[in-house]
Design a protein around this ligand. Structure first.
Ligand SMILES: Nc1ncnc2c1ncn2[C@@H]1O[C@H](COP(=O)(O)OP(=O)(O)O)[C@@H](O)[C@H]1O
Ligand SMILES: Nc1ccn([C@@H]2O[C@H](COP(=O)(O)O)[C@@H](O)[C@H]2O)c(=O)n1
Ligand SMILES: [Mg+2]
Length: 503
């Protein structure tokens, strides 16, 4: 993998331009990829943080959940921005009648200030977040200095309410805790931490907190990606969320280094399928089922990277309604212009010409599977590309570095084709390098190779991308690393053995 360890490469890349497949909008992402050469020029574009929104009713456990996520993300730079910090300061008059003030209405917050603060953080600038005092209902000095970070968590009862705030979020979590539990916790917290008396807490709850929950907070639950029951007691959900963030950040960094590395969009469905195929207890039947689902997604994604030509379907297209119109027009001519009507022999002459502008698939392509595990991907490729030719390469592994190419059978005219190279696991990258070298020897253009796999280890990515910067790698997950046996961890055994049942 070269002389520098992975962490150094990531660190170096973090200093310069970031090729984020996750957080930049389409335009920014495209221009970053197009300007790959500017990496060396070290343009100081801001890092786009992974923004998580955490909403939910009062005392549902939002702050507790955020603290737990932050604790578990100990190796990442994470900051918390509380919506509470952006409460409007009360006027003297409002302070005198504070019991009549509705702190649960969206207007109680200075949302412009929150947005401004978030925009600065996303531009890579440190911000001063007000320090709100719940006892005196106002911000106090000094403000809290918040530095730009990899992950920004925005937490508060109404963070999903304003679409401008909501749209900044990459992940939205709604903490869904039973109303009675919330009221009991709120009484406890407000009397102990916020200097309130029980009667005041109950009056405020009945008058403002409960109605606002129903009118403003609960309706935003529909925007959540994750609805989290039981708040901080839900350790499984917290683990999954933390793992997902880790995956996103890991992929993020390697995708920034290599603009030819593509990961399919990660969803909990996809993570769930990975969780199953990575479990030694998963039955053969389930292993094949979920591996096939993942393979199909990767193959479809890979095909999306093939070139295409614009194509127009210039055929006549007729709908029922215009057939009816044509019939009436024909009858009209028969009555009023029989001469013209007789000239018309075919109804088709009246069809409205409609053109569909689409694209044409690239036809000059073939698959090449690396025997044996790569053969597990052939069916998905055949299902997507009718009649596709698939060649094979057998590489024998001697120890961990000695790879020996011992057999190949490749489609004719492979040099004219785009090649989809199939191997579900990219580990050290040694086999992939051998296979790609063979394809290049056979005259295939490096830029015409798309390497499809399910799991890529960083070592393999560095090995392949550095040596063949023009090939594309499409994967469904970037692994954290390899174990001492050069296997992906946590281990799934030999993919081919598990898929073909030859354990
Ligand atoms: N799972 C839990 N079990 C017991 N108490 C909890 C739990 N989660 C939160 N609390 C307590 O309930 C109160 C409200 O929790 P907090 O996280 O501040 O909620 P929120 O930020 O949603 O208002 C706090 O006093 C907190 O210590
Ligand atoms: N001066 C204030 C400001 C806010 N509140 C209440 O705080 C709740 C929001 O904070 P959570 O941690 O519970 O989400 C909200 O329901 C307000 O009623 C307050 O009492 N006094
Ligand atoms: Mg809170």
């Amino acid at each position: 993998m070269g002389s520098k360890p992975v962490e150094n490469l990531i660190e170096e890349a973090s200093d310069g331009v970031h090729f984020s497949g996750l957080h930049l909008n389409g335009v920014a992402e495209k221009s970053s990829r197009e300007n790959k050469k500017t990496v060396s020029a070290k343009l100081e574009l801001p890092r786009q943080p992974f923004v998580i929104g955490v909403a939910g009713g009062t005392a549902s456990g939002k702050t507790t959940v955020c603290d737990m996520i932050i604790e578990q993300l100990h190796d990442q730079r994470v900051v918390l921005v509380n919506q509470d910090s952006f409460y409007n300061n009360l006027t003297e008059e409002e302070l005198l009648r504070v019991h009549e003030y509705n702190f649960d209405h969206p207007d109680a917050f200075d949302t412009e200030k929150l947005l401004n603060c978030m925009e600065n953080l996303m531009r890579g600038q440190a911000v001063d977040v007000p320090n709100y005092d719940f006892k005196n209902h106002k911000s106090v000095f000094p403000a809290r200095k918040v530095n730009p970070s990899d992950v920004v968590i925005m937490e508060g009862i109404l963070v999903f309410h304003d679409p401008r705030v909501r749209n900044l979020m990459n992940m939205k979590i709604f903490v869904d805790t039973d109303a009675d539990v919330r009221l009991a916790r709120r009484i406890g917290r407000d009397t102990v931490d916020r200097g309130r008396d029980i009667k005041g807490v109950l009056d405020q709850y009945a008058k403002f907190v409960k109605p606002a929950f129903e009118n403003f907070i609960l309706p935003t639950k529909k925007y959540a990606d994750i609805i989290m029951p039981r708040g901080g007691d839900n350790h499984v959900a917290i683990d999954l969320i933390v793992q997902h963030i880790h995956t996103k950040l890991g992929q993020h960094d390697l995708c920034k280094i290599y603009s030819n590395l593509y990961t399919i969009y990660s969803t909990f469905q996809i993570r769930g399928m990975h969780t199953l195929i990575r479990d030694a207890k998963t039955t053969k039947h389930d292993f094949i089922f979920y591996a096939d689902r993942l393979i199909r997604l990767v193959v479809e994604h890979g095909l999306g990277h093939l070139p295409f030509k614009e194509k127009q379907n210039g055929d006549h297209m007729t709908t029922n309604s215009n057939l009816l119109m044509q019939f009436f027009y024909f009858m009209h001519l028969c009555l009023w212009n029989p001469g013209r009507a007789t000239k018309i022999k075919h109804m088709e002459s009246y069809h409205y010409r409609s053109v569909y502008t689409g694209v044409e698939f690239c036809r000059r392509l073939c698959g090449v599977s690396v025997i044996r595990s790569g053969e597990s991907m052939e069916n998905a490729l055949r299902a997507c590309c009718k009649g596709i030719k698939i060649g094979k390469i057998l590489i024998h592994r001697e120890g961990d570095n000695g790879q020996q190419l011992i057999y190949h059978n490749l489609p004719k005219n492979i040099s004219d084709r785009h090649v989809l190279l199939l191997d579900p696991i990219l580990g050290t990258g040694n086999s992939a390098v051998q296979a790609i070298s063979l394809l290049l020897e056979k005259g295939v253009q490096e830029a015409n190779i798309i390497f499809l796999n399910l799991i890529s280890a960083p070592q393999g990515i560095h090995a392949v991308c550095k040596r063949f910067p023009r090939i594309k790698i499409v994967t469904s997950e970037i692994e954290s690393g390899l174990n001492e046996d050069f296997r992906v961890i946590p281990g799934m055994g030999e993919f081919g053995d598990r898929y073909f049942g030859t354990l």
